[in-house]
Design a binder for this molecule. Structure first.
Ligand code: C2G
Length: 794
């Protein structure tokens, strides 16, 4: 049985390669691959020919048409397989996906056989590697005597995962009591789905009932209750080609985004021969760059609304004679209206929603089966009735009341929601204070980094000129000079965020902060980048889909950004798509490393930490790992250094400072190594720790760019280099060739290197110099002054 795989392709070579690789890897061999180029760039298409000897692949071009629908139709026109299967060029499959589907389809000669989709934003290699790792760690945790769930149980799990995916979606079916009753009637028949039913033995009525029940079942799974029309998709479905041709199924080519719905709904209405095979998995990828390379679903196009309306009429035309299916489809529109559209009536500043679109929606509502509308209750019923009467004012009143109550409930439940409500409705309405400066370092976790040094410079040189407010979470944090402390996300925080004229932050600010007219945002950032950031992270590799969009929005509010060196300046402009003022001054946080008083300061810090005078200091400051976490912002860290060995070998001469990254939630206990190891993870300012340290051990943390200012030796304990560099992030510089110290991989090597640190210093002398010139040349101890003079009126 030959399967024709139809792949519309517009652009994105990296994606297409992943997609085709997954076809090469299929356990099912009888494939005909039809790539239809929708005006794809030549250079992106070139790779298709490379697959010629591994796949039966043919390239077709859309000449005077465009769009996914036209591309798929062309694929259908030229397909010669017994089955057709639509695959998107930015998705990929498990190795056995097609085999499982074909096997299931052949079992009863079904017309439609469907599997499951798994969402991800990872490229193929990372996705399967993670899956493998997760499986291994699960296997280790769970004893092998646990039973493996049956396929049915697995399906249940899958379904749960599916619905958890979008918790914000309201249930469409609160008033579906009536429907549930009807569903029950069919349940019996559905349960017998897997049994072979001898059609001959059924009466005509029973046959009809059975057909309807099966259509319902297919609809329920394929067109999930919770999701909108845009989620009706033909992906991961094996269609029998003779079924498609006999019924002349084609996609409506005038629809850009929603052509799947009419096609699939029509197919559903034409057969009762379905089979589900949820073990057949399809990996649905989300693009991570919605700004420069959006997926179809990520494109913001005002015409989407018109298309939604058009998709309704087109589908209705195709399935009108199947009232049960039509009722279900219409409920989707009611749900869309009450959940998505109606709230927009209130929020939108654009009148088109209240006028033109409202009328279109109203005309559509008039088409809807009266029985369906009768079944509605409460808010939804009132709203739909007002819509049918085309009464926009009444609709607005209903929505306002409904949203108001919802918000009130939320505000009463959480302080954050109350803060946000006050921020929008009260605090933002008060005038902005031009002489208020809000400082934040590492999300309020410490008094540190460049904001600290900028603050101290301002306070020392223009006392009283500005009111300085620090966002600080830790109680008892000591901050010099006159200032105010507020806790992040406390009510006072929302007040100051709304009114401060200046903001000096070293990380990204919350996305909801409104940029007020005249507000000046100084983003200091927190390190010369080694790990790739934002728009430099390849679109096809691992970054969450929201990441780029979010940073893009946040960085539009930054008026100034600080660069510690030329490399950072160039990189930041590109990776943040930043085109405001770049302050090429060096880092204020590194001023202390060039201070003429640095030895005296160091002596005070040593004393504060209780480190014996005669001991030299090793500072270990590793970074965090993207893939090892408990929860959002709470990362795991497992110490790979053998501290007992280090104490034994180095304890006479050195003490060891352990400094984990501020994202690390694990608190490492080193109390058994008293007198040798000190946990300084909670110490506010790492610059002060550099000052007292003789040797730095780090990995992929930007700390080495700063420590290099001291020209002291460094070791790179990169025990997981390949995974970190090649799988998780990607680096800007060649860590093996450019960093000013050796890469070491075991505790023994670390010990050995420290014992021979003089030799290492000699060996790395010229590389260190090169590195220093490249990354530290701008640092002269005056960065705070330069920054303050450029940004503030001092
Ligand atoms: N840091 C620290 N202790 C560590 C690691 C880092 O105090 N053990 C501080 C340093 O000031 C460092 C900053 O946090 O410069 C950023 O840490 P990185 O390890 O470089 O990681 P990340 O927070 O991901 O920032 O452009 C820089 C990048 O954005 C990296």
């Amino acid at each position: 049985m030959k399967v024709s795989v139809i792949i519309p392709f517009h652009r994105g070579e990296g994606y297409l390669r992943d997609c085709l690789d997954s076809l090469v890897a299929q356990t099912y061999g009888n494939l005909e691959v039809i790539v239809v180029s929708d005006h794809a760039p030549k250079e992106d298409l070139a790779c298709v020919s490379e697959y010629g000897d591994k796949l039966d692949v043919k390239l077709h071009h859309l000449d005077n048409k465009t769009g996914v629908a036209a591309a798929r139709n062309l694929g259908l026109d030229v397909a010669t397989g017994d089955y057709v299967y639509f695959l998107d060029s930015d998705d990929y499959l498990y190795e056995n996906t097609i085999e499982l589907l074909v096997e299931a389809a052949l079992d009863r000669d079904d017309d439609i056989t469907y599997g499951k989709k798994k969402p991800t934003w990872f490229q193929r290699s990372v996705y399967f590697l993670r899956e493998q790792e997760e499986k291994e760690s699960k296997d280790q945790e769970e004893e092998s005597d646990l039973e493996t769930p049956s396929e049915d149980e697995q399906e249940d799990d899958d379904n749960q995962a599916d619905s958890a995916e979008d918790p914000s979606d309201d249930k469409e079916s609160t008033e579906e009591g009536e429907e549930e009753k009807r569903d029950k009637k069919f349940k019996k028949i559905e349960e017998s789905e897997e049994e072979i039913i001898n059609e001959e033995e059924l009466t005509e009525e029973e046959k009809q009932l059975r057909r309807e029940a099966r259509t319902r079942q297919a609809y329920r799974i394929l067109v999930s209750k919770r999701k909108g029309v845009k989620n009706i998709s033909v992906l991961n479905i094996l269609f029998k080609r003779s079924f498609v041709e006999e019924n002349k199924l084609r996609f409506p080519e005038d629809l850009v985004y929603l052509s799947d719905a009419p096609f699939l709904m029509e197919a559903l209405s034409k057969t009762d021969r379905y089979k589900k095979r949820f073990a057949a998995l399809y990996v649905k990828r989300k693009h991570n760059d919605a700004i420069n390379f959006p997926a179809l679903s990520q494109i913001k196009d005002p015409n989407r609304f018109n298309e939604l309306i058009a998709a309704y009429y087109e589908t209705k035309k195709r399935i009108e004679y199947n009232p049960d299916l039509m009722d279900r489809f219409e409920k989707k529109y009611i749900s869309y209206y009450t959940r998505v559209y109606a709230p927009r009536l209130k929020r939108s500043v654009n009148d088109i929603w209240r006028e033109e679109n409202f009328i279109k929606m109203s005309l559509l509502a008039k088409e809807i089966n009266k029985e369906v509308i009768k079944g509605l209750k409460g808010y939804r019923r009132r709203l739909v009735k007002a819509l049918i009467k085309q009464d926009v004012n009444k609709s607005l009143r209903i929505v306002k009341l409904h949203l108001g109550i919802k918000k009130l409930k939320k505000v009463l439940r959480s302080r954050k929601a109350l803060g946000r409500a006050l921020y929008v409705h009260v605090f933002l309405k008060r005038p902005m204070k031009e002489n208020w400066i809000l400082f934040e370092s590492f999300f309020g976790k410490s008094y540190s980094d460049s904001p600290k040094y900028i603050y101290e410079y301002i306070s020392a040189n223009a006392p009283g000129k500005y009111k300085c407010i620090w966002i600080i979470n830790k109680k008892g944090t000591k901050i010099p000079f006159r200032h105010k402390k507020i806790k992040r996300f406390s009510l006072r925080y929302y007040y100051y965020v709304a009114r401060a004229g200046y903001m000096v932050f070293n990380s990204r600010q919350p996305e909801w902060i409104v940029k007020r007219e005249g507000n000046i945002f100084l983003q200091t950032w927190h390190g010369t980048p080694l790990k790739k950031l934002v728009f430099d992270i390849d679109d096809i590799s691992s970054a969450t889909p929201r990441y780029k969009q979010q940073v893009y929005k946040q960085s539009r509010a930054w008026d100034y950004l600080i660069a510690a060196n030329e490399f950072s300046s160039k990189t930041f402009k590109r990776c943040f798509m930043f085109d405001n003022t770049m302050l090429e001054t060096g880092y204020p946080r590194n001023d202390i490393l060039h201070s003429k008083d640095r030895d005296q300061i160091a002596a005070i810090i040593r004393k504060r930490l209780g480190i014996p005078k005669e001991k030299k200091i090793i500072l270990y400051a590793p970074t965090w790992r993207d893939d090892e976490f408990y929860d959002k912002g709470k990362y795991k860290f497992k110490l790979q250094l053998d501290l007992d060995l280090m104490k034994k070998e180095l304890g006479d001469e050195y003490v060891f400072l352990l400094r984990t990254h501020y994202f690390i939630a694990d608190s490492l206990d080193v109390s058994h190594l008293k007198g040798f190891a000190y946990n300084v993870s909670k110490y506010d300012d790492i610059s002060e720790l550099y000052l007292i340290s003789d040797i730095l051990i780090t990995d992929y943390s930007s700390v080495f760019f700063d420590f290099a200012n001291l020209k002291r030796p460094m070791l790179f304990f990169t025990y997981d280099l390949e995974k970190y560099r090649d799988v998780l992030r990607g680096f800007y510089i060649d860590i093996e060739k450019e960093v000013p110290g050796p890469l070491v991989f075991t505790s023994e090597e670390v010990v050995d290197s420290i014992k021979n640190i003089d030799i290492i210093e000699q060996k790395y002398k010229s590389r260190y110099e090169e590195f220093y010139n490249r990354f530290c040349a701008w640092e002269d101890g005056q960065a705070s002054k330069k920054v303050v003079e450029s940004v503030f009126k001092i």
